[in-house]
Design a protein around this ligand. Structure first.
Ligand code: B4P
Length: 191
């Protein structure tokens, strides 16, 4: 199995690059953001709880997202590997992911971290908010709250995987294709 974490702050290009990477490498895409938005669209109790937090720019509880990832991995027993997009976002999520992979005799091969300035992130998210219909993209104060959550709770996930030498920083500004080429080069070295 080849397991990749695509990491970075909100708006860094994780969703954009994931689409291209899964097409090239045939990995199963697991985005906790997409899974949560699907729960919201279906108006499930979990979705309704998540929406209240997401609309404030806050993270959803660890147990909720870990449960979603566990179920998604169990439902894809034949996957040749997973691309984790937007997960893990806390140390507890990282430890849970390592445990889930361990049960499959697998581990994370690499964490690719997209590096983008905060000014550019805010610009991109406000711009996406014009067309995405995502309520967490339209207000600058909510975007700033999301960036705060990232700094306080998520940024250290890169340090966690760096302890085992798995974190690689990637310049996340430039054209989508340039960034895709940088990501692909790191994957090709390891696959
Ligand atoms: P996510 O769905 O993960 O959303 P995101 O971080 O905003 O998006 P992403 O980084 O994928 O955006 P992209 O760059 O593709 O999370 C949403 C919310 O769900 C979180 O705030 C949280 O509440 C909750 N949540 C999700 N996972 C969770 C977890 N594990 N634990 C707890 N809570 C969780 O796109 C951004 C924009 O930039 C796009 O418009 C794109 O077109 C543009 N763009 C991309 N690349 C570009 C480039 N190179 N140049 C210019 N623009 C670019």
């Amino acid at each position: 199995m080849f397991n990749l974490i695509l990491f970075g702050p909100p708006g860094s290009g994780k969703g954009t690059q994931s689409e291209k990477l899964i097409a090239k490498y045939g990995l199963k895409h697991l985005s906790t953001g997409d899974l949560l938005r699907s729960e919201i669209a279906n108006q499930t109790p979990l979705g309704l709880e998540a929406k209240t937090l997401m609309d404030k720019g806050q993270l959803v509880p660890d147990a909720v997202v870990i449960g979603m990832i566990d179920a998604a991995m169990t439902n894809n027993p034949q996957a040749r590997g997973f691309l984790f997009d937007g997960f893990p976002r806390t140390k507890a999520q990282s430890e849970a992911l390592d445990e889930l992979l361990h049960k499959k005799n697998a581990s994370i091969n690499v964490l690719l971290a997209l590096d983008v300035t905060e000014e550019e992130l805010i610009k991109r998210l406000l711009n996406r908010g014009l067309t995405s219909g995502r309520s967490d993209d339209t207000k600058e104060d909510v975007i700033r709250a999301r960036l705060g959550e990232y700094r306080n709770k998520t940024a250290n996930v890169a340090d966690y995987y760096n302890k085992s030498g798995k974190t690689v920083m990637i310049k996340g500004e430039g054209s989508v294709d340039e960034i895709f080429d940088s990501l692909s080069a790191e994957i090709d070295k390891r696959m």
